[in-house]
Every structure is written in structure tokens, then in C-alpha cells.
Design a protein around this ligand. Structure first.
Ligand SMILES: *[C@@H]1O[C@H](CO)[C@@H](O)[C@H](O)[C@H]1NC(C)=O
Ligand SMILES: *[C@@H]1O[C@H](CO)[C@@H](O)[C@H](O)[C@H]1NC(C)=O
Ligand SMILES: *[C@@H]1O[C@H](CO)[C@@H](O)[C@H](O)[C@H]1NC(C)=O
Length: 332
């Protein structure tokens, strides 16, 4: 995650406009892991990555792409994504069928695993480099270069046989070439732009306090809830005046479905020392205006409410009583 954020930050600082060429390199790649257990059992896993951030998954049962972020379609239309989905579905079906057909002929003993990494890398000079590499049982097996399948130097005769076989299919080679050299760079750029818009988003946190059943006699577990903020980095601390409370415990920063984050920060205190403690929240969306919530203030808020409500209630009762008395007097 850090790598992408640095790249995005770099692009922001350098004032990279979406129309301009990116200032840093952009890397998009997909990873495929296929397990062939036996003649009849195969499992494919797929994922898409922008830098080191996962952007896509693959639902192999239904043969559909999983979009992990609101921006995971980049600037591609739904139709274009459906075409790609169909292409991957056909590819996985074909791979399963062909492997089952040729496995024994080419002496691939079950079980075995195939890994594929394919994608493109864009540099500031507008030059895109594409790659597709496949590994068999964890070793480099073959790659796709210049419109043809090339066995890896460390690959054995089986790699040569597989390449010879696959090089007969001109249509497939053209499709792979187009995907790598045209679709991938176009998609990666659009995805990067969409991610950058998302990265610039600033959403203020909601903060509230609560106390949980005491962890011990005479003690309180104060909880500061910080919810719905974006981006992820946040600083939350229980304070007494300007003094940070080192016993403050941070939970994990948890995701909300809308891509914002939630954090719970607790402090275990002696109940009678809770008054005067505050929870302080610092976040980029707040500028320099930290949110500070005082423990006990909602208590005094209740007191204020009581202080206002009780005399008001008395007044109303009194008014009603007088009104009643007056009406009684009106009765002849
Ligand atoms: C094939 O492998 C799967 C998964 O390991 C197993 O459940 C199944 O029984 C195997 N089938 C045959 C015919 O060996
Ligand atoms: C690909 O082809 C071009 C020209 O056809 C050639 O200059 C280049 O060396 C080739 N690259 C590889 C890796 O074979
Ligand atoms: C998406 O953005 C890229 C780069 O900004 C652009 O080349 C491409 O034409 C855009 N649209 C589509 C549908 O790819």
C-alpha cells in the first residue's frame, strides 16, 4: 500500500494533471495460480494489482471479476469489463481442457501448480513495457515475447513442446499481444487516475465516547470511537490536559463497506479519575482543528439538562395548577 501511496503522493506533489504523462512508473499486473490436482479437479485463482494494492479478485465458480474498490473499473465501461470477463472465462475453461488433454502426453504428473504473472509497466517517458511469464511448479517455464511463446532458459523439453504447441494459434497470440500492449496500458492509466481521485478524497471522522463494563472493581474502560474517516492515517490519543495517556490502547483500523475507516481507542482508568480526560483526534480532513471530546462532559450535559428541565417542569405544573384553580373559580 505504501508504495502506491508514495507514487500517488509523488504525482500530486509534482502537480501531475490527468492529461499529462505520469511522473512515476505505474505497474498493473494480474496473477493467476492454477492447481491441477488430478485429471478431473482444477482450481483457478486470479487477482489484479496496481502497484502493491490489490484491485481485483476472480470468482472462479461464476467466472466473474471481483472489483475490490469503487475505482477498480478505472475508466473502462461496463461493456468493456464484461468483454474482458468473458475473455478470462473462456481462457480458464480452455486452459483446464487443454491441460487435461495434454498433461499425460507431455509428462506433467499430477498434482501440479501453474502460476502466471502478466501486466504492464508505464514510465514517465510514455513507454509501456509488457510482460507475461508462466511458472510450472514454482520455476520459470515460459514467457510471451514479440508475438510468440518462448521457453524459459531453465525450462526443460516440456517447455519447448508447450511453446511449439501454443505458437500454432495465431489468433490467441494476437489477442494476448493486444491485451498486453494496448488494453493493459490503457486500463492501468485509467485505474491510476481513478485511484488518485480516490486518494485525494478527505472524509471527516465522527467521534463519540462510551464506557464499557469496568474491567475491575472501581475501574472504567473508556472507549473513543472514531468512525468514517478517509484516508486511513489517523492519530487518536486519550489526554489529560496536554498530557498524552500512555496506557491508551489502539485497536485495529477496520474498514467500512464504503471504503472509509473505523478505529476504537480505549483507556482503562480508576473510575473517579475519569473526569477531565479527553479523546483527541488528529486527521488530514480536519486540518489543524483536532477534535477533542471530554469525558464527563456528556455527564455535565445531563446535569445541565436536569437543571433546566426540573424548574421548567415545576413551572408547567404550577401553571396547570393555577389554570385549574381559575377554571374552578369560573364555575358558578
Ligand atoms: C481429485 O482431487 C480432488 C481434490 O484433491 C479430490 O477431492 C478428488 O477426490 C480427486 N478425484 C480423483 C478422481 O482422484
Ligand atoms: C522483438 O522484435 C524486434 C523487431 O522485430 C527485435 O528488435 C527485438 O530484439 C525482439 N525482442 C526480443 C526479446 O526477441
Ligand atoms: C482511459 O484513460 C486512458 C488514459 O488516460 C486513455 O488513454 C483512454 O482512452 C481512456 N478511455 C478508455 C475507454 O480506455
Amino acid at each position: 500500500m505504501l508504495c502506491l501511496e508514495l507514487v500517488l503522493l509523488g504525482a500530486l506533489l509534482l502537480g501531475g494533471d490527468s492529461a499529462e504523462a505520469p511522473q512515476e512508473h505505474i505497474l498493473f499486473h494480474i496473477i493467476q495460480i492454477s492447481s491441477f490436482a488430478n485429471q478431473s479437479w482444477t482450481q483457478h485463482q486470479g487477482s489484479g494489482w496496481l502497484g502493491d494494492v490489490q484491485t481485483h479478485g476472480w470468482e472462479s465458480e461464476s467466472g466473474t471479476i471481483i472489483f475490490l474498490h469503487a475505482w477498480s473499473k478505472g475508466n473502462f465501461s461496463d461493456e468493456e469489463m464484461i468483454d474482458l470477463e468473458l475473455l478470462f472465462r473462456v481462457y480458464f475453461l480452455g486452459l483446464t481442457r487443454e491441460t487435461q488433454e495434454y498433461a499425460s502426453q507431455l509428462h506433467f504428473g499430477y498434482p501440479f501448480e501453474v502460476q502466471v504473472r502478466a501486466g504492464c509497466e508505464l514510465h514517465s517517458s510514455d513507454i509501456a513495457e509488457s510482460f507475461l511469464q508462466a511458472a510450472y511448479e514454482g520455476s520459470h517455464f515460459l514467457s510471451f515475447q514479440n508475438m510468440s511463446w518462448v521457453p524459459a532458459p531453465e525450462g526443460d523439453s516440456r517447455a519447448q513442446s508447450v511453446c511449439d504447441l501454443m505458437n500454432q494459434y495465431e489468433g490467441i497470440k494476437e489477442t494476448v499481444h493486444r491485451l498486453l500492449t494496448s488494453t493493459c496500458p490503457r486500463f492501468a492509466l485509467g485505474l491510476f487516475d481513478a485511484a488518485r481521485v480516490d486518494y485525494e478524497r478527505q472524509v471527516r471522522p465522527q467521534v463519540w465516547l462510551s464506557a464499557h463494563p469496568s474491567p475491575g472493581p472501581g475501574r472504567l474502560l473508556l472507549v473513543c470511537h472514531v468512525s468514517g474517516f478517509y484516508p486511513k492515517p489517523v492519530w487518536v490519543m486519550w489526554m489529560r490536559g496536554e498530557q498524552e495517556q500512555w496506557a491508551t490502547q489502539q485497536g485495529d483500523v477496520l474498514p467500512h463497506a464504503d471504503g472509509t475507516w473505523y478505529l476504537r481507542v480505549t483507556l482503562d482508568v480508576v473510575a473517579r479519575e475519569a473526569a477531565g480526560l479527553s479523546c483527541r483526534v488528529r486527521h488530514s480532513s480536519l486540518g489543524n482543528q483536532d477534535i477533542i471530546l471530554y469525558w464527563g462532559h456528556h455527564l455535565s450535559a445531563y446535569l445541565i439538562l436536569l437543571a433546566v428541565a426540573v424548574p421548567l417542569l415545576l413551572l408547567i405544573v404550577l401553571a396547570l395548577w393555577f389554570k385549574k384553580r381559575c377554571s374552578y373559580q369560573d364555575i358558578p
